[in-house]
Design a protein around this ligand. Structure first.
Ligand SMILES: [Zn+2]
Length: 327
Protein backbone atom coordinates (compact mmCIF):
# COMPACT_ATOMS: atom_id res chain seq x y z
CA UNK A 1 0.00 0.00 0.00
CA UNK A 2 1.15 3.53 -0.70
CA UNK A 3 0.93 5.96 2.20
CA UNK A 4 -1.45 8.88 1.57
CA UNK A 5 -2.44 12.11 3.25
CA UNK A 6 -6.13 12.22 4.15
CA UNK A 7 -7.49 15.60 2.99
CA UNK A 8 -11.06 16.89 3.13
CA UNK A 9 -11.41 16.01 -0.58
CA UNK A 10 -9.94 12.52 -0.30
CA UNK A 11 -6.61 10.74 0.04
CA UNK A 12 -3.66 12.54 -1.54
CA UNK A 13 -0.36 11.24 -2.90
CA UNK A 14 2.29 12.87 -0.64
CA UNK A 15 4.16 13.94 -3.79
CA UNK A 16 1.23 16.30 -4.50
CA UNK A 17 1.36 18.04 -1.11
CA UNK A 18 3.56 21.03 -1.99
CA UNK A 19 4.37 23.92 0.37
CA UNK A 20 2.45 23.21 3.57
CA UNK A 21 1.29 25.21 6.56
CA UNK A 22 1.52 22.23 8.93
CA UNK A 23 -0.29 23.72 11.94
CA UNK A 24 -3.00 26.31 11.54
CA UNK A 25 -6.72 27.05 11.91
CA UNK A 26 -9.30 28.29 9.41
CA UNK A 27 -12.08 27.82 11.98
CA UNK A 28 -11.84 27.68 15.77
CA UNK A 29 -13.80 28.87 18.78
CA UNK A 30 -13.36 28.49 22.51
CA UNK A 31 -15.14 29.87 25.57
CA UNK A 32 -11.65 30.98 26.64
CA UNK A 33 -11.43 33.38 23.67
CA UNK A 34 -14.77 35.22 23.51
CA UNK A 35 -15.14 37.54 20.54
CA UNK A 36 -12.08 36.00 18.84
CA UNK A 37 -13.89 33.19 17.02
CA UNK A 38 -12.69 32.23 13.57
CA UNK A 39 -16.07 31.29 12.12
CA UNK A 40 -16.40 33.15 8.82
CA UNK A 41 -16.13 31.02 5.66
CA UNK A 42 -15.50 34.10 3.50
CA UNK A 43 -12.56 35.13 5.70
CA UNK A 44 -11.22 31.57 5.61
CA UNK A 45 -11.44 31.62 1.82
CA UNK A 46 -9.43 34.87 1.81
CA UNK A 47 -6.73 33.23 3.94
CA UNK A 48 -6.46 30.29 1.56
CA UNK A 49 -6.42 32.49 -1.56
CA UNK A 50 -3.63 34.68 -0.15
CA UNK A 51 -1.69 31.59 0.92
CA UNK A 52 -2.07 30.06 -2.55
CA UNK A 53 -0.96 33.31 -4.21
CA UNK A 54 2.22 33.22 -2.09
CA UNK A 55 2.93 29.65 -3.28
CA UNK A 56 1.14 27.66 -0.57
CA UNK A 57 -0.42 24.35 -1.61
CA UNK A 58 -1.60 22.61 1.58
CA UNK A 59 -3.06 23.71 4.90
CA UNK A 60 -3.40 21.48 7.98
CA UNK A 61 -6.07 22.55 10.46
CA UNK A 62 -5.49 21.35 14.03
CA UNK A 63 -8.98 22.27 15.35
CA UNK A 64 -10.35 19.23 17.22
CA UNK A 65 -13.92 18.08 17.88
CA UNK A 66 -16.26 20.57 19.54
CA UNK A 67 -14.35 23.75 18.70
CA UNK A 68 -16.16 24.86 15.53
CA UNK A 69 -14.10 23.15 12.84
CA UNK A 70 -16.11 24.51 9.92
CA UNK A 71 -16.82 20.95 8.78
CA UNK A 72 -19.54 22.14 6.40
CA UNK A 73 -17.22 24.58 4.62
CA UNK A 74 -13.84 22.85 4.40
CA UNK A 75 -14.46 20.77 1.26
CA UNK A 76 -15.94 23.71 -0.67
CA UNK A 77 -13.11 26.02 0.41
CA UNK A 78 -10.50 23.50 -0.69
CA UNK A 79 -12.25 23.07 -4.02
CA UNK A 80 -12.65 26.78 -4.84
CA UNK A 81 -9.13 27.80 -3.73
CA UNK A 82 -7.22 24.74 -4.96
CA UNK A 83 -5.48 24.41 -1.57
CA UNK A 84 -5.40 20.92 -0.06
CA UNK A 85 -6.92 21.04 3.44
CA UNK A 86 -6.45 18.45 6.19
CA UNK A 87 -8.98 18.44 9.08
CA UNK A 88 -8.59 17.04 12.59
CA UNK A 89 -10.48 14.94 15.07
CA UNK A 90 -9.40 14.74 18.73
CA UNK A 91 -10.12 16.82 21.83
CA UNK A 92 -8.42 19.86 23.34
CA UNK A 93 -7.95 20.60 27.05
CA UNK A 94 -11.07 20.33 29.21
CA UNK A 95 -11.19 24.12 29.67
CA UNK A 96 -12.28 24.56 26.05
CA UNK A 97 -15.54 22.58 26.57
CA UNK A 98 -18.82 22.98 28.40
CA UNK A 99 -18.27 21.15 31.72
CA UNK A 100 -21.87 19.91 31.64
CA UNK A 101 -21.52 18.05 28.33
CA UNK A 102 -17.85 17.02 28.47
CA UNK A 103 -18.24 13.87 30.66
CA UNK A 104 -20.64 12.34 28.12
CA UNK A 105 -17.93 12.59 25.46
CA UNK A 106 -15.56 10.19 27.21
CA UNK A 107 -17.81 7.21 26.46
CA UNK A 108 -16.84 5.89 23.07
CA UNK A 109 -14.20 8.55 22.54
CA UNK A 110 -11.78 6.43 20.51
CA UNK A 111 -14.73 5.16 18.44
CA UNK A 112 -15.67 8.77 17.69
CA UNK A 113 -12.09 9.56 16.64
CA UNK A 114 -11.99 6.45 14.43
CA UNK A 115 -15.36 7.31 12.83
CA UNK A 116 -14.18 10.87 12.08
CA UNK A 117 -10.98 9.52 10.49
CA UNK A 118 -12.63 6.82 8.42
CA UNK A 119 -16.26 7.91 7.79
CA UNK A 120 -16.54 11.67 8.30
CA UNK A 121 -16.56 14.47 10.88
CA UNK A 122 -19.52 14.17 13.27
CA UNK A 123 -21.83 16.99 14.34
CA UNK A 124 -20.60 19.19 17.18
CA UNK A 125 -22.70 20.48 20.08
CA UNK A 126 -24.51 23.78 19.38
CA UNK A 127 -22.52 26.92 20.20
CA UNK A 128 -25.36 28.83 21.83
CA UNK A 129 -27.80 27.65 24.48
CA UNK A 130 -31.29 27.32 22.99
CA UNK A 131 -33.12 30.67 23.08
CA UNK A 132 -36.85 31.37 23.32
CA UNK A 133 -38.95 29.78 20.58
CA UNK A 134 -38.85 31.87 17.42
CA UNK A 135 -40.86 31.74 14.21
CA UNK A 136 -40.99 28.32 12.54
CA UNK A 137 -37.91 27.49 10.50
CA UNK A 138 -38.14 28.13 6.78
CA UNK A 139 -38.43 24.95 4.69
CA UNK A 140 -35.15 23.68 3.32
CA UNK A 141 -34.27 24.95 -0.12
CA UNK A 142 -35.04 22.14 -2.59
CA UNK A 143 -31.51 22.27 -4.05
CA UNK A 144 -29.89 21.63 -0.66
CA UNK A 145 -28.18 18.22 -0.60
CA UNK A 146 -29.95 15.57 1.45
CA UNK A 147 -26.84 15.09 3.61
CA UNK A 148 -23.69 17.20 3.76
CA UNK A 149 -20.56 15.94 2.03
CA UNK A 150 -18.57 13.53 4.20
CA UNK A 151 -15.29 15.13 5.24
CA UNK A 152 -12.80 12.83 6.93
CA UNK A 153 -10.16 13.90 9.44
CA UNK A 154 -6.51 13.29 8.59
CA UNK A 155 -5.01 13.64 12.05
CA UNK A 156 -5.86 13.40 15.76
CA UNK A 157 -5.30 16.53 17.85
CA UNK A 158 -4.73 16.27 21.60
CA UNK A 159 -3.32 18.63 24.23
CA UNK A 160 -1.29 18.34 27.39
CA UNK A 161 -1.90 20.32 30.56
CA UNK A 162 0.30 22.89 32.23
CA UNK A 163 2.19 21.22 35.07
CA UNK A 164 0.61 17.87 35.75
CA UNK A 165 -1.41 15.44 33.63
CA UNK A 166 -5.14 15.52 34.35
CA UNK A 167 -7.63 12.65 34.13
CA UNK A 168 -9.09 14.38 31.06
CA UNK A 169 -5.76 14.33 29.28
CA UNK A 170 -5.07 10.73 30.23
CA UNK A 171 -8.41 9.64 28.76
CA UNK A 172 -7.99 11.70 25.60
CA UNK A 173 -4.45 10.45 24.98
CA UNK A 174 -5.50 6.83 25.53
CA UNK A 175 -8.36 7.27 23.05
CA UNK A 176 -6.06 9.01 20.56
CA UNK A 177 -3.51 6.20 20.79
CA UNK A 178 -6.24 3.61 20.31
CA UNK A 179 -7.53 5.49 17.24
CA UNK A 180 -3.98 5.72 15.92
CA UNK A 181 -3.53 1.95 16.23
CA UNK A 182 -6.87 1.34 14.50
CA UNK A 183 -6.32 3.73 11.58
CA UNK A 184 -2.64 4.74 11.34
CA UNK A 185 -3.49 8.44 11.83
CA UNK A 186 -0.76 10.78 13.10
CA UNK A 187 -1.29 12.50 16.47
CA UNK A 188 -0.68 16.25 16.84
CA UNK A 189 -0.08 17.61 20.34
CA UNK A 190 -0.67 21.10 21.75
CA UNK A 191 2.02 21.75 24.39
CA UNK A 192 1.74 24.26 27.21
CA UNK A 193 4.56 26.60 28.22
CA UNK A 194 4.97 24.87 31.60
CA UNK A 195 4.41 21.35 30.31
CA UNK A 196 7.13 18.76 30.04
CA UNK A 197 6.99 17.26 26.56
CA UNK A 198 8.73 14.10 27.80
CA UNK A 199 5.52 13.35 29.73
CA UNK A 200 3.63 13.41 26.43
CA UNK A 201 6.11 11.05 24.85
CA UNK A 202 6.00 8.75 27.87
CA UNK A 203 2.23 8.56 27.71
CA UNK A 204 1.71 8.24 23.95
CA UNK A 205 4.81 6.24 23.07
CA UNK A 206 5.98 4.31 26.14
CA UNK A 207 2.58 3.59 27.69
CA UNK A 208 0.36 3.40 24.58
CA UNK A 209 2.82 2.28 21.91
CA UNK A 210 2.46 5.12 19.40
CA UNK A 211 5.69 5.26 17.34
CA UNK A 212 7.54 8.58 17.85
CA UNK A 213 7.45 9.37 14.11
CA UNK A 214 3.61 9.39 14.28
CA UNK A 215 3.68 12.15 16.95
CA UNK A 216 3.85 15.86 16.03
CA UNK A 217 4.55 18.26 18.89
CA UNK A 218 3.30 21.84 18.56
CA UNK A 219 4.50 24.98 20.34
CA UNK A 220 8.06 23.86 21.09
CA UNK A 221 9.10 27.50 20.68
CA UNK A 222 7.37 28.18 24.00
CA UNK A 223 9.78 25.79 25.74
CA UNK A 224 13.11 27.43 25.03
CA UNK A 225 15.29 24.57 26.26
CA UNK A 226 17.47 23.42 23.40
CA UNK A 227 18.59 20.32 25.26
CA UNK A 228 14.98 19.10 25.55
CA UNK A 229 14.38 19.90 21.88
CA UNK A 230 17.41 17.88 20.83
CA UNK A 231 16.47 14.91 23.02
CA UNK A 232 12.96 14.81 21.58
CA UNK A 233 14.17 15.18 18.00
CA UNK A 234 16.61 12.32 18.57
CA UNK A 235 13.64 10.15 19.63
CA UNK A 236 12.16 10.72 16.17
CA UNK A 237 9.12 12.89 16.90
CA UNK A 238 8.20 15.72 14.55
CA UNK A 239 8.01 19.33 15.71
CA UNK A 240 5.49 21.76 14.23
CA UNK A 241 7.23 25.07 14.86
CA UNK A 242 4.65 27.81 14.94
CA UNK A 243 6.02 30.92 13.38
CA UNK A 244 5.00 33.61 12.93
CA UNK A 245 2.64 32.50 15.68
CA UNK A 246 -0.34 34.17 17.26
CA UNK A 247 0.63 37.72 16.30
CA UNK A 248 2.81 38.83 19.13
CA UNK A 249 2.99 35.71 21.28
CA UNK A 250 6.08 36.18 23.48
CA UNK A 251 7.62 33.07 21.93
CA UNK A 252 7.46 34.44 18.38
CA UNK A 253 10.98 35.79 18.31
CA UNK A 254 12.41 32.44 19.47
CA UNK A 255 11.24 30.45 16.49
CA UNK A 256 14.15 31.21 14.21
CA UNK A 257 16.71 30.38 16.91
CA UNK A 258 14.93 27.12 17.76
CA UNK A 259 14.95 26.11 14.10
CA UNK A 260 18.60 27.12 13.73
CA UNK A 261 19.69 25.10 16.75
CA UNK A 262 17.88 21.95 15.60
CA UNK A 263 19.16 22.27 12.03
CA UNK A 264 22.72 22.70 13.30
CA UNK A 265 22.26 19.66 15.57
CA UNK A 266 21.31 17.55 12.52
CA UNK A 267 17.56 17.37 13.12
CA UNK A 268 16.23 19.25 10.08
CA UNK A 269 14.27 16.16 9.00
CA UNK A 270 12.02 16.44 12.09
CA UNK A 271 10.84 20.03 11.53
CA UNK A 272 7.53 21.32 10.15
CA UNK A 273 6.36 24.93 9.96
CA UNK A 274 2.95 26.42 10.74
CA UNK A 275 1.39 29.77 11.56
CA UNK A 276 -1.14 28.57 14.19
CA UNK A 277 -3.69 31.37 13.76
CA UNK A 278 -6.17 30.96 16.64
CA UNK A 279 -7.86 34.36 16.97
CA UNK A 280 -9.31 37.18 14.88
CA UNK A 281 -6.58 39.43 16.24
CA UNK A 282 -3.88 37.01 15.10
CA UNK A 283 -5.47 36.63 11.68
CA UNK A 284 -4.64 40.27 10.91
CA UNK A 285 -0.96 39.22 10.89
CA UNK A 286 -1.70 36.93 7.92
CA UNK A 287 0.50 34.18 9.34
CA UNK A 288 0.21 31.56 6.57
CA UNK A 289 1.36 34.03 3.93
CA UNK A 290 4.05 35.54 6.18
CA UNK A 291 5.39 32.06 6.72
CA UNK A 292 6.16 31.86 3.00
CA UNK A 293 7.09 35.50 2.43
CA UNK A 294 9.21 36.16 5.52
CA UNK A 295 10.41 33.10 7.43
CA UNK A 296 11.15 30.91 4.44
CA UNK A 297 13.44 33.45 2.67
CA UNK A 298 15.29 34.01 5.95
CA UNK A 299 15.83 30.27 6.34
CA UNK A 300 17.08 30.03 2.76
CA UNK A 301 19.53 32.90 3.25
CA UNK A 302 20.94 31.33 6.42
CA UNK A 303 20.92 27.63 5.61
CA UNK A 304 20.83 27.49 1.83
CA UNK A 305 18.04 26.92 -0.70
CA UNK A 306 17.43 23.25 0.23
CA UNK A 307 16.12 23.79 3.75
CA UNK A 308 12.77 25.48 2.99
CA UNK A 309 11.74 22.60 0.73
CA UNK A 310 12.52 20.14 3.49
CA UNK A 311 10.58 21.97 6.21
CA UNK A 312 7.67 23.05 4.02
CA UNK A 313 7.17 20.06 1.74
CA UNK A 314 9.23 16.89 2.26
CA UNK A 315 8.86 16.68 6.05
CA UNK A 316 5.08 17.28 6.17
CA UNK A 317 4.65 14.78 3.33
CA UNK A 318 6.29 12.18 5.56
CA UNK A 319 4.68 13.30 8.83
CA UNK A 320 1.06 13.33 7.61
CA UNK A 321 1.13 10.39 5.18
CA UNK A 322 0.09 7.00 6.49
CA UNK A 323 -1.09 3.58 5.38
CA UNK A 324 -4.72 4.19 6.30
CA UNK A 325 -6.53 1.28 7.89
CA UNK A 326 -10.27 0.88 8.39
CA UNK A 327 -11.08 -1.19 11.48
ZN1 LIG B 1 -3.13 25.39 17.02
Amino acid sequence: MTPTIRTVLGDLDPAELGATDSHDHLFIRSPLLPGEELDDPAAAEGVLRAFAAAGGRSFVQWTPYGMGRGADSLARLSRVTGVHVVAATGLHQAAHYDPDTLPALYDGLSERFIAELTTGLTAEPATEPPGPPGPPAAPEAPEAPASPEAVRAGLIKVACDPGTTTAHTRQVMAAAASAHHATGAPIAVHLEPRAHPHLVLNRLHVRHGVPPHRIILGHLTRLPDVRVHRELAAEGVYFALDSPSRAGHPADHQAFDVIADLVEAGHASRLLLGADTTTRTARRADGPTELLNDLVPRLARTFGPELPGLLLTANPAAAFATDWRTP
